[in-house]
Design a protein around this ligand. Structure first.
Ligand SMILES: Cc1cc2nc3c(=O)[nH]c(=O)nc-3n(C[C@H](O)[C@H](O)[C@H](O)COP(=O)(O)OP(=O)(O)OC[C@H]3O[C@@H](n4cnc5c(N)ncnc54)[C@H](O)[C@@H]3O)c2cc1C
Length: 465
């Protein structure tokens, strides 16, 4: 009999799941994507500024995968026929804004964690007697720890505050003292289970990383992430329902019932299987009708809000030859990072075109500071970026502000165990699979891979029916 699969959540994880189901399920299988907002893509959203394409969400993805092959994101781009639109950033360095000076990010670090303490220059000094071999591995088998706790214990506060915190903050908008090592740096966690020093663990993790020679680290799609979203939506062949939230999921004798739409006008849909690819809070609400312990594990995940401010500066505005800079929290600015878009992305440069900076504002726990209206945030970003560059920027010719309230998961130590418990709790309810940044990692490759794995689980279940 013809099967029906619902994908709840139209972000990149849900889209990757839907494409995988289309590719591998019998042709007559019906796929329905339920997306509560008015558009697909979730955190992938391309905007426009002064005639240039500027991402309002994720900007790029890792090109290499953990196995040395191409990342799941690049494979997805190729599957969608967009391989010839892959673009890469210019090979220019990023900096750290420390004490009014832009310092080059030291080479050879792993998300800011150095493998060689003698190569840090003036950016940060290790504590006296740092990283002594105490005759045992840094991490017990199966254990997890906050990245900040490990780095402070081994190297001292300055390296944690000036190097690791801004680098992790650049990805997660989170604080090193709260983020799980096993989730945010799995390769380092793995090495720390055998190595006796942190420098040794960093070097072991770096040596184990297979990187194809000459392969760029990051990629993006010319024309923006929205191209990827549109191509993925087309490839799913799915019926796409926009603007209706799914509110509840319940088991039926033969599959699953979705309750959707506004409370006064509810609708239901009965399907054979579900991929749940929404952030933790809506996922936990839906799971409450399925398994309370799974719902509780999922709900434990916290999120940080961020705001992006894009500034188009007059053509020819001078900027240092950098891709941008990261700002340690100790500098006190609301701006935590800034990307010089038209420096970093050669395909965005136009003769006589504007100079575009995109600043990222707010860290975990600072949501209050993001409350002011858009024009205040834009003015703050403009003033702070100018100050961090050691002067004043000319007034922007155009700008926009994009808010991502609760946009970035904050994986606390033990996150992977909680996810495993949630999945195990759902194990006897097959045909319901969890996918996305709430579980398996924040980056686009991790979200694509997570969606594909969820699709495989659902396909296996349908095949066995
Ligand atoms: C500002 C920012 C910059 C980033 N930059 C990068 C980057 O450069 N590189 C990178 O790799 N990653 C980046 N990320 C992370 C990455 O973009 C996200 O982790 C990833 O896109 C999340 O995909 P997802 O499908 O798991 O979730 P989402 O994109 O959050 O999609 C979930 C979807 O579910 C929908 N939904 C929610 N509730 C319901 C409901 N009840 N019913 C139906 N639908 C529902 C939502 O509307 C949403 O569309 C960035 C994230 C942010 C916020």
């Amino acid at each position: 009999m013809r099967k029906r699969v619902a994908v709840v959540g139209g972000g990149v994880a849900g889209l990757a799941a839907a494409v995988r189901i289309r590719d591998r399920a019998p042709a007559e299988t019906e796929i329905i994507i339920y997306e509560q907002s008015g558009r697909l893509g979730g955190k992938l959203r391309t905007g426009e500024l002064a005639g240039a394409t500027v991402e309002r969400g994720a900007e790029s993805f890792l090109v290499g995968g953990p196995d040395g092959g191409e990342s799941a994101a690049v494979r997805f781009v190729r599957r969608l026929g967009l391989g010839d639109r892959l673009v890469h950033p210019a090979a220019i360095p990023a900096a750290l804004a420390i004490g009014g000076v832009l310092e080059p990010v030291p080479k050879g670090t792993l998300v800011g964690v150095p493998g060689d303490l003698s190569s840090l220059g003036t950016v940060a000094r290790p504590a006296a007697g740092a990283d002594a071999d105490e005759g045992r591995p840094l991490l017990a088998p199966g254990a997890d720890v906050a990245v900040g706790a490990l780095v402070r214990a081994r190297y001292g506060d300055e390296i944690a505050d000036r190097l690791v915190d801004p680098m992790l903050g650049g990805v997660y908008a989170g604080r090193a003292d709260r983020l799980s090592l096993a989730t945010t740096m799995p390769a380092l966690a793995h090495a720390a289970r055998t190595e006796h020093t942190l420098a040794g663990a960093v070097r072991a993790a770096q040596a184990a990383a297979v990187r194809a020679p000459g392969r760029p680290v990051f990629g993006a799609v010319d024309g923006g992430m929205t191209q990827l979203v549109a191509a993925a939506a087309a490839a799913t062949g799915a019926r796409i329902s926009l603007g209706l939230p799914v509110r509840e999921i319940a088991r039926t004798p033969h599959g699953w019932r979705l309750l959707l739409g506004p409370v006064p006008a509810p609708q239901t849909d009965d399907v054979d299987a579900v991929v749940l690819a929404v952030p933790a809070r809506p996922a936990a609400r839906m799971l409450a009708g399925v398994d309370l312990s799974a719902a509780a594990e999922v709900e434990a995940l916290d999120y940080a809000g961020v705001a992006l401010v894009a500034l188009a500066l007059p053509p020819g505005t001078p900027l240092p030859e950098l891709s941008g800079f990261l700002v340690p929290p100790s500098e006190g600015t609301l701006v935590k990072a800034a990307t010089f878009f038209t420096h970093k992305w050669p395909h965005l440069r136009r003769e006589g075109g504007p100079v575009i900076i995109r600043a990222s504002l707010g860290r975990a726990g600072e949501e209050q500071r993001l409350q002011p209206p858009d024009q205040v945030l834009a003015a703050t970003a403009h003033a702070e970026v100018g100050r961090l560059l050691g002067g004043e920027l000319p007034p922007p010719v155009e700008s926009w502000v994009q808010r991502w309230g609760g946009g970035l998961p904050q994986y606390a130590p033990g996150h992977l165990d909680r996810v495993a418990l949630a999945r195990a709790a759902l194990g006897d309810r097959p045909g319901l699979a969890l996918a996305g940044a709430a579980y398996d990692g924040v980056g686009i490759p991790a979200c694509v891979a997570s969606g594909e794995r969820a699709a495989d689980d659902v396909l296996k279940y349908l095949d066995e029916q």
